[in-house]
Design a protein around this ligand. Structure first.
Ligand code: TIU
Length: 230
């Protein structure tokens, strides 16, 4: 069954049996003080509005019994998967792998690398650890999606123009139909968020679609109530 969502630049067709939600990097390291985002000089409070919207998306997809994936931008403790260029770029207060208030910055297993409580993965939901900004680079995401016959991805997460947009572009090039939920993504730079939304949907959905949370909610309402009843 195909559900139609009121989206930009035109209606998004969401096939219920082959769509997954993918939440990008909803980690303390980006959302909380003392992590990677803050070390880069950003005001992390700007990302907070995405938490409630992503939590709502999680509730919707879980109620519809549709697959949910989470990603985390992390590196191995020995930094063997962290390019020197990534670690040494710029002049951050803390570099990747340095000890900070939430443990070693952007290192798998450290407190800062965890997904925030309101968006925590539930049992059975796939968590993809990724060393890059895009979730396809050096991960088994493509294998997972192919094995589960997923053709369509609904996106939320942070930050809009870095890991979300990179992953959405990677997915679009691989043939996935991609929808970004507007309230479920934030940037440290509000103007970058708006520019990214515009870039995605320009030129006849050159990278994909964007839609409001309420439009997604409205279109999936029926499936939520029937799944709950069943
Ligand atoms: N710095 C920034 O905006 N983002 C990242 O470094 N990673 C993600 O977007 N997850």
């Amino acid at each position: 069954m195909i559900v139609r969502i009121d989206a930009e630049p035109f209606v998004f067709r969401l096939p219920l049996g082959s769509t997954a939600l993918i939440l990008i990097d909803m980690q303390k390291d980006f959302l909380d003080p003392g992590g990677f985002g803050a070390a880069l000089g950003n005001d992390v409070s700007r990302l907070q509005p995405a938490v409630a919207a992503c939590a709502r998306l999680l509730a919707i997809f879980r109620a519809c019994k549709m697959p949910v994936l989470h990603t985390r931008e992390v590196h191995r403790p020995d930094l063997s998967d962290c390019p020197v260029s990534k670690r040494t770029r710029g002049n951050p207060a803390l570099r990747i792998g340095d000890d900070g208030p939430m443990g070693r910055v952007l290192i798998a297993g450290e407190p800062g690398a965890a997904i925030v409580a309101d968006c925590a993965p539930a049992y059975g939901e796939r968590v993809i650890d990724k060393p890059g900004k895009g979730a396809f680079y050096n991960t088994d995401l493509a294998t997972y999606l192919a094995a589960h016959q997923i053709t369509t991805l609904v996106f939320g997460g942070v930050t809009t123009e870095v890991c979300v947009q990179t992953t959405m572009r990677e997915a679009n090039d691989r043939g996935y139909e991609c929808l970004l939920v507007e309230e479920a993504t934030e940037s440290y730079f509000p103007e970058f968020k708006q520019a990214t939304l515009a870039m995605i949907r320009a030129q006849g959905a050159i990278v994909g679609w964007t839609a409001s949370l309420s439009a997604v909610e409205k279109s999936l309402e029926h499936c939520m109530s029937s799944s709950t009843a069943g």
